[in-house]
Design a protein around this ligand. Structure first.
Ligand SMILES: [Fe+2]
Length: 261
């Protein structure tokens, strides 16, 4: 699977790109099954009414330096599973995913993944009041994000949600190309995009969303009855340590592949 000229043009202009039915079916099924290892006892795999959030106080799990999993509110982040090699193969090292990421960032230039972020899930809100949807940019340095759905995500189902084109403004709202050093403009631009309609990147199991590291995004509330289950990873180039020392460049695609020039 290769990205077309139209795909690259879409990503450059919008800061994200959806590709359909990419991920391996067997590995997705394995991930869906293993997910239940991390859910509270009251969750029954075959009983959707048991999946409604929020997580009860006694079920909460806080992230620590040695235990990275996290359960709170409507989110269950099963991170420890992300270091298993088959999970890396499911997302970052899926041959099609890897070749598309190399097409964007340059062949032979990506950091070899030690793990992926894990399975990130959003529980159904049921009749719970919905919070407003606001955008953010991520704090840690990376080049290209990817969200992969291991289960179907209907519209309003907590799918990765983006503000198209915002990467072109937020890129210049930091003092570094990659570090989280926002300028005073950052909050002004954020407020601007909070007044704009975002795009809900819903999809089916196997669909992926690529996204630019400075794109405004959020994981919105899940208004469906199914748990939003996604696997996440961020691609970095091997030179990110040096690259993050530099300020944003006039050509924001200068260190992407020549297909972006
Ligand atoms: Fe984020």
């Amino acid at each position: 699977m290769k990205l077309s000229i139209e795909d690259l043009r879409f990503f450059k202009g919008n800061g994200y790109l959806i590709k359909r039915r990419v991920l391996d079916k067997v590995l997705m099924a394995q991930a869906r099954e293993r997910f239940w290892d991390y859910t509270p006892e009251r969750f029954s795999k075959d009983k959707p009414s048991s999946w409604i959030g929020p997580i009860r106080p006694e079920e909460e799990e806080e992230k620590t330096a040695t235990a990275p999993n996290e359960s709170r509110g409507f989110r269950l982040h099963y991170r420890t599973i992300g270091s298993e090699s088959w999970m890396v193969r499911l997302l970052a090292k899926d041959p099609a995913v890897w070749s598309m990421a190399e097409q964007m960032l340059g062949a032979g230039q990506l950091t070899d993944p030690k793990g992926i972020r894990g399975i990130y899930s959003t529980l159904p809100y049921g009749s719970h009041p919905l919070p407003s949807t606001t955008c953010h940019t991520d704090a840690h340095p990376f080049h290209l994000g990817i969200v992969g759905y291991i289960d179907d995500v209907a519209p309003g189902g907590g799918g990765f949600t983006v503000w198209p084109g915002s990467h072109k403004r937020f890129y210049y709202a930091f003092k570094s190309q990659y570090r989280n050093e926002p300028t005073e403009e950052h909050s002004v631009i954020r407020e601007y995009y909070n007044g704009k309609q975002p795009v809900d990147c819903y999809g089916e199991a196997g669909d992926i969303v690529f996204w630019h590291h400075r794109l405004a995004h959020t994981g919105p509330p899940n208004t469906t009855r199914r748990i939003r289950r996604a696997v996440l990873y961020e691609f970095t180039k091997q030179d990110i340590e040096q690259a993050q020392l530099k300020p944003p460049q006039k050509n924001m695609w200068h260190d992407w592949s020549s297909q972006f020039s």
